[in-house]
Design a protein around this ligand. Sequence first.
Ligand SMILES: [Zn+2]
Length: 460
Amino acid sequence: MNSLLLTGGRVVDPANRFDSLADVLLLNGKVSAVGKSLSAPAGVQKFDARGKVVAPGLIDVHVHLREPGQTAKETIATGTSAAARGGFASIVCMPNTAPAIDNAGTVALIRERAKTEGAVNVFVTGAISKDLAGEELAPIGGLKKAGVIAITDDGHCVQNNDLMRRACEYARMFDLPLMDHCQDYSLVTDGVMHEGYWNVALGLRGWPAAGEEMIVARNILLAELTGARIHCQHLSAAGSVALIREAKKRGVPISGEACPHHFTLTDAAVAGSEKFWAEDGKTLFRTSHSGVRTPKWPAYDTHFKMNPPLRSAGDREAILAGLADGTIEILASDHAPHCDYEKEVEFDSAPFGITGLETELALSLMQLVHTRRLSLADTIAKYTVNPARLLGLGKGTLSVGADADVTVFDPEQDWVFQREDSASKSRNSPFFGWQLKGRVVATIVAGRPVFIEQQTLATV
Ligand SMILES: [Zn+2]
């Protein structure tokens, strides 16, 4: 069954500037028609989408699947099933696996396994440097031939500017975007949280915003010098947004992405829920919910440790402003699963990162749409047409003839994210117990539902 008729939903397809009540007919894995009162051929199932939003299948450009090598944390099967639950029809996986994705063989292994075990489409990135060590370039042409859609050393950052320049030149030659995890090692050293008031109050080593901004500035200069397209991953700092805003005005081929934890939480969260809700979290729920119970957590909770770290209230505002004015075109999770035993240690020793695939749509709707910072269509664009365009995925739209990848969600539905409901193999999310607004109803890949929440299908 790879055909389906979705009836009566609010169809939002930013690529075609379409936002209207309509039916969507999926036939044989492709979008066949979008319009009023469509009828389906005999035997095609109907999906009642009234009261729901029907969007092109969402795309997450920043996911750690951990396979091969770290399958205790996540596998291609569990990671893609978390993606399906979160509304994602396509994900882009990062190369910091073991072995790293720095050779054609590992690319082939992941693509093969994703085809047989993956619930959703998996696009693969290759490393910039061999073993992500930042010393010698990976075989970029060979990686492209093997099917990678971008290169990145995510989790690591090439420190040698000349090596990065050469990577840009190769990336441009092979028409691959270069994604960068922006972290200057000499400034960040062994920091574990944002350098500001709270790291001093908590006695934790600081990680200055300049540790990110320095590399964003470097990337702007190299994009300008080489003409390569550089995409700055998981932006967290106000200065990064200002630099990219200014560079884009000059036409530099630079772009950026933001993750919901960076525009929902701040560094005050590391001091515990009481401090967070009394300070930076005061207004978080005001405009999106009434009468929500605020979740509790202790100080030094390692589920609030990520790379880059949660930043100040001012940085959080700047990221939101950058999303609102289009400086930041892409939303992503940086889904980074870790086992409980790895996170259940002192803050200093815990690994960086949280899971995010199942909460990112709701958190984005809450902070952007329900607060009226951004329209629903512009928010959906950051999960569909914008990432598809950056990476040349040929997806992210409901144009007739496009792959029948569709996400159906109810933007108004309240729900509580429960630990036992997660499909990820890991449980390192700071958002368990949170009342969220905006719930995925169905994720459809190539005309087949891969996740359906409380919805019955009827055959016409
Ligand atoms: Zn990263």
